[in-house]
Design a binder for this molecule. Structure first.
Ligand code: ADP
Ligand code: MG
Length: 238
């Protein structure tokens, strides 16, 4: 597990300032959800935490270590995207195993980790199938399985359920909450879906135009919105 701290993070693309100056602490072991309208900078922030994007200024600490200039693979994080990016020609087991093979983890250890991930994600009966033979929810589980086997300290999710239909989204929400409990890891989860944010988060971060409007427990934010934007976005009674 690891705390993630962002200190004075800024990001500009050419003349466009996406994140002016952002400070945030993601507590060790929390399920922190970043929520806000499309284009407010959520993915950019996640990419900065993961190291896929360099901030223009400021620092990123994971587990107390400054990783601002550390390459993604050395940060102890794993990112799950909305498009699952599975390898179509590989089986489920091979897809889950792929990163471990690259990292040259010994074969017996790899097999044990793939088996454990499949158990957690209820994929035991699908290990020999190809992605094309799976449902959307099963594919998304395989994508999560690829993260789990790496045993990251921090999981980053960028709208992982947005390609799924409503019923499946609800089911996967429950599964993600269970996953958080069983893995005991820090999770940072991005969504533009308020309901998803409210049901998954133990800490919710409401963003607007690259700035944090409010941070708190979901019910706090709902009951005591600090700005009209937060009240409107979360749907607080007024
Ligand atoms: P969100 O994930 O909240 O929808 P993003 O972080 O994807 O928002 O984008 C925030 C803003 O930054 C948008 O205006 C987007 O167009 C811009 N942006 C993101 N990535 C780039 C990039 N590589 N180059 C230029 N502009 C970008
Ligand atoms: Mg995004």
């Amino acid at each position: 597990m690891a705390e993630v701290t962002l200190h004075n993070i800024s990001k500009s693309f050419g003349g466009l300032t996406v994140l002016p100056d952002l400070n945030l602490t993601v507590p060790d072991g929390s399920f922190t959800v970043l929520v806000g309208p499309s284009g407010c900078g959520k993915s950019t922030l996640l990419r900065i935490i993961s190291g896929l994007e360099m901030p223009s200024g400021g620092s990123v600490r994971i587990g107390g270590t400054d990783v601002t200039f550390e390459e993604p693979s050395k940060r102890g994080i794993s990112m799950v995207f909305q498009s699952y990016a599975l390898y179509p020609h590989m089986t489920v087991a091979q897809n889950i195993d792929f990163g471990l093979r690259l990292a040259k983890v010994p074969a017996a250890e790899r097999k044990a980790r793939v088996t454990e991930a499949a158990r957690i994600l209820a994929l035991e009966d699908y290990l020999d199938r190809k992605p094309s033979q799976l449902s959307g929810g099963q594919r998304q589980r395989v994508a999560i399985g690829r993260s789990i086997v790496r045993q990251p300290q921090v999981f980053l999710f960028d709208e992982p359920l947005s390609n799924l239909d409503a019923a499946l989204r609800t089911q996967m929400r429950v599964e993600l909450a269970q996953l958080h409990q069983s893995l005991d890891a820090t999770m940072i989860y991005v969504t533009h879906d308020q309901v998803e944010a409210m049901t998954l988060a133990d800490q919710i971060v409401v963003m607007k135009a690259g700035r944090i409007e409010q941070v708190g427990a979901p019910m706090d934010v709902y009951d005591r919105p600090q700005t009209a934007f937060v009240a409107g976005f979360i749907g607080s009674p007024r």
